[in-house]
Design a protein around this ligand. Structure first.
Ligand SMILES: Cc1c2[nH]c(c1CCC(=O)O)Cc1[nH]c(c(CCC(=O)O)c1C)Cc1[nH]c(c(CCC(=O)O)c1C)Cc1[nH]c(c(C)c1CCC(=O)O)C2
Length: 347
């Protein structure tokens, strides 16, 4: 019933809503002064993610400025390995650092059964945001999320980002039994994590596979498509109608196969994807989302507007959610986001 009144849920479920609903990856974050203030109050990033009052407030901040159609839970894809007991910290200027898992002994140290208790504050954030939206933005929908097993495994094995995840990709070839065990563990933990977010009030769920594009086609099918498909099947058994968004970043020509074989309701396009090609190659019942270059929003002005309009022109008449091709970056001037919102709203 509620789907009928929320434009984002309608579009994610395959309806061509126009002008299209929008939200932006990393819409809550360091480009907003009000975020930086709360981030400083919380101390570190993990404390912010596990403080339901502050995390809910941060989730709602961008909607107050720009009236997005969706709020994305403020958390991080690495909160799942953190909750399974893998030591994690976010170092200033370096991004996430984890104690790398390189062998069976490292894998054995994980405690998947303890995860749900450590994730409780995140579920509490979800219910608070849902209640907050009811009060402040009744037409906006709440998106829960997780990393895909492959992308999360990249960080768990490598211990850090910033490179090409050579250890993780090598382990997938050299010891597929061990890598597969990690992936299967993540399929189960991610299913549980996403279902608990839905239970707490998330109305759509997104799987971020940010590093899928590093894989060869055969490895992509095995480590990105298949585990994501398993999660989609598991979720659909319990929540047959919840919209599911998949983001196989830099999948290129494998995007339609990803859409078809995972069964997601929406595929998110990265910055490099040609929206005209995707519109023709992905079946019309699958919604598309994306894909303005985050750097165009830093630049702003006529260049940003022209890019945004050409994406809109390519997507007109099909189920579509306007977004960026990757997360918004810290140097983005907040007024450029307001100008972008005006362009999208005029369709
Ligand atoms: C790969 C990945 C991560 N996290 C995420 C991904 C997938 C999407 C993508 O490819 O960007 C997803 C993510 N991370 C964050 C969100 C919150 C919701 C939102 O989109 O607004 C979401 C959906 C907050 C965050 N996650 C992080 C921040 C910055 C932390 C801070 O405030 O210091 C935020 C707001 C930290 C983070 N978390 C991660 C990295 C590599 C970093 C460091 C880089 C950076 O600092 O931008 C892992």
């Amino acid at each position: 019933m509620e789907n009928a009144s929320k434009p984002l849920l309608r579009a994610l479920s395959g309806e061509a809503v126009w002008p299209p609903p929008f939200w932006l990856m990393r819409q809550a974050g360091r480009y907003l002064p009000e975020y930086r203030e709360l981030r400083a109050q919380a101390g570190d990033f993990i404390r912010l993610c596990t403080n339901p009052a502050l995390a809910a407030e941060v989730t709602l901040q961008p909607l107050r400025r720009y009236g997005m159609d969706g709020a994305i839970l403020f958390s991080d894809i690495l909160m799942l390995p953190w909750a399974m007991g893998q030591p994690l910290r976010y170092a200033e200027g370096e991004g996430p650092l984890l104690e790398p898992i390189r062998d069976a002994g490292g894998l054995a140290k994980l405690d998947p059964h303890g995860a749900s208790a450590r994730l409780a504050p995140i579920y509490e954030t979800v219910s608070r945001v849902r209640a907050g939206l009811g009060q402040e933005a009744p037409k906006a929908a709440l998106i829960g999320f997780a990393g895909s097993p492959f992308t999360v495994a990249c960080y768990m094995v490598e211990g850090r980002g910033g490179g090409e995840f050579a250890h993780a990709r090598r382990m997938a070839y050299a010891d597929p039994a061990l890598f597969g065990k990690l992936i299967r563990l993540l399929v189960d933990a991610t299913t549980e994590y996403l279902l608990a977010q839905a239970e707490a009030g998330a109305e759509a769920l997104m799987l971020f596979d940010s590093w899928a594009g590093l894989l060869s086609p055969s490895q992509f099918r095995r480590w990105s498509v298949e585990p994501s498909a398993a999660i989609v099947r598991n979720i659909r058994k319990v929540r047959p109608d919840i919209p599911l968004i998949g983001f196989p970043r830099l999948a290129g020509p494998l995007l339609p196969e990803y859409a078809q074989r995972t069964g997601v309701s929406t595929v998110a396009m990265d910055t490099a994807m040609d929206p005209r090609w995707a519109a023709a190659a992905v079946p019309a019942e699958v919604a598309l989302q994306g894909n303005l270059d985050p750097q165009a929003v830093v630049a702003g002005g006529a260049a940003m507007e022209a890019e945004a309009r050409s994406i809109l022109a390519a997507m007109r008449g099909r189920p579509f959610v306007f977004n960026l091709g990757h997360g918004i970056v810290p140097p983005t001037p907040p007024e450029h986001v307001a100008a972008l919102a005006r362009v999208i709203r005029t369709g």
